[in-house]
Ligand binder design. Sequence first.
Ligand SMILES: [Fe+2]
Length: 251
Amino acid sequence: MIFLSRWPLTYTYARGWRQGQAAVKRLALVSLAFCCYGGPRRSCNDRPQASDASSWHGRGCRRVSRDSRHPTPNELLGPFYPVRKPTDRDADLTHIAGRQGQATGQVLELSGRVLSTSGEPVPDARIEVWQANAAGRYRHPSDTTGLPLDPNFEGFCQIATDRTGGFKILTVKPGGYPGGRRGFRTPHIHFDITGRVERLVAQMYFPGEPTNATDQLLLANIDPPSVIAHELPPRADGVLRFGWDVVMRLG
Ligand SMILES: [Fe+2]
């Protein structure tokens, strides 16, 4: 009798328990599916923005943590890394110490920051910069193109980032040049950056250059948008301004 009188209550408890278990299972399955799915899909080509809650990393389209940045792709030094570096190592490539003249070509100011993938500035990083002159000629014995040299163009500078990772140089827009078996090289500037724990060699390109579309090295770059500078409003004196940030894995 006692068993029979408690049966409806026992049955109700058991039914509620099974329903609760089923609800927990459904919730667990939904949570698992969301974690595996990773939320709304985006293309691998979507470049992460600084404000993004997540970003997509490398060819594998791997999701990485909040605020992470793509490392700037590493490249070779190339054939025109200076064999003799000038003693004049300021941030102005348009003048050579002891000479009155100014380099020929469109003067431009390039500024940016050196950051780690976690967004931390890399202070006191050594930056070496070298490039062709406005006619596309390097001051280097391996440059046999016959293009004209510019006696007033420095072609190289060595600077250091400030405590915010910032840097700025004044130079002229480099010309493109015939790159041998690699074909015509679109205008670019070479960088060799030594941070606290690593070194990065990179090339920076200019936006809107028609020859960007055929440059074999730029096309072979694993992340072309990351090595193309962005144009900023020009200075009042007509000097063009470009911005480009460099991202090192650790800094
Ligand atoms: Fe070059």
